[in-house]
Design a protein around this ligand. Sequence first.
Ligand code: ADP
Length: 433
Amino acid sequence: MPESDTRALAARRLAPLCLMLAVGSVLILLQDGAAGLNTGWEARFGPALSGLYAVAAALLWWRPRHMDAVVGVTLAFTGVYFLGALYEGARRDTAQGLYVVSANAQFLPLIYVGAFIALRRGAVWLSGALYLALLALYGALYRDIVQAGGAYQQLSGHVWAVLLLVHPGCILALQYITALRGRLQQAQREAHEGKERFLAMLSHEIRSPLQSMLGSIDLLALRLHDDPGRRAVDRLRRAATQLEAHLRDVTEYTRLENPDWRLHEEDTDVAQLVQEVCDQMAPLAEHKRLALHCRLAEAAPGEPPLGIQTLDPVRVRQILINLLSNAIKYTPDGEVTVHAALHPAGARPTRLRIEVADTGIGIDPAQQHRIFEPHVRLEDPRGERVGGSGLGLAVVQRLVQRLQGHIDVDSLPGHGTRFTVTLPLRARGAPPV
Ligand code: ADP
């Protein structure tokens, strides 16, 4: 799983924790308010902190990409609030001080968990600092508690147990889990690297002779004039091209599983990119006597020009190639159309939309949800067997997800299929997603 996905997952795990903090802190404030136990600081800033937890929960759930900022701000406010409450509590009488310490002693482990989930480093220092502040305050109060004796002293035994056993235990356990997770991620990364190296080597070893086979097939096709010979060579060429495509899908699919998978964005002439893919696929369409139309926004009145956009040209090209080769593969006759345009039309388009439509065999609506799963190949209603690895659409969907876009399919069996890919546009020079 790439780093961005892991962080999004972590953010989604933190959201319920924040919600618990919001609800829990409101309940404590209300209960303590009714009992007259809140310090002035808590009464003033407590509601704001509960509100902050609720907002943080919503942001973590719906905007997981901003996890670092959300957690940073929330932890900073919690730290300040916590120190303020401790300071005021310590200045009041023994009962108040003891109460503030024991209330915060229950509350802090949630903050430790949040810090360990969200922060890449420094969680142990932050948790340790908050814990030591609480411990120091309790130490300062302790003489008064012993002097007060009675119920105070009985309660203080419990607070000591929580402070000296539960808190260090919690921090150590979290540190251990984090170290274990780091080691597991490292092992996973190494396993992926090994798999990728092996596949890259294998792919190179197969691709080089394949390229020379394709070259020789082309030469042979030029020399062969009789029909049966020509047909055999055409079949050979198609098989070799398919093999090359499978190899590309398997390699990319394996790469996509690597946690270190990265985008390589650069300023790209979108119209040129789409046109190049259409030109590359034209011979395949021609071979099946299909009309291939490449409609670029520039050519259509009222649509903003595609222009230069910051995107990963290799990945967008692969998305297009896979969709287009499927459209050609699953269309016995008729046409295939590619349409690329910016949306919404006007001065500030925010999305690039690419549609690949065909007039082919279509996809049964009941099966449409399955086609993006790896290795799923549907029965051809004509009973024909067309080659494929079942990885093409799985690669497309994962690439579109990594590019923060989405893909829709709209199909009517026997009439054709339309895939629509929508990719968000980034202002040139803006940081990568
Ligand atoms: P494959 O290598 O089998 O083409 P894909 O992952 O690219 O694998 O596609 C999965 C399945 O989705 C295909 O086997 C086919 O049944 C169906 N499919 C994909 N694109 C189209 C299309 N344009 N028209 C009809 N069926 C399609």
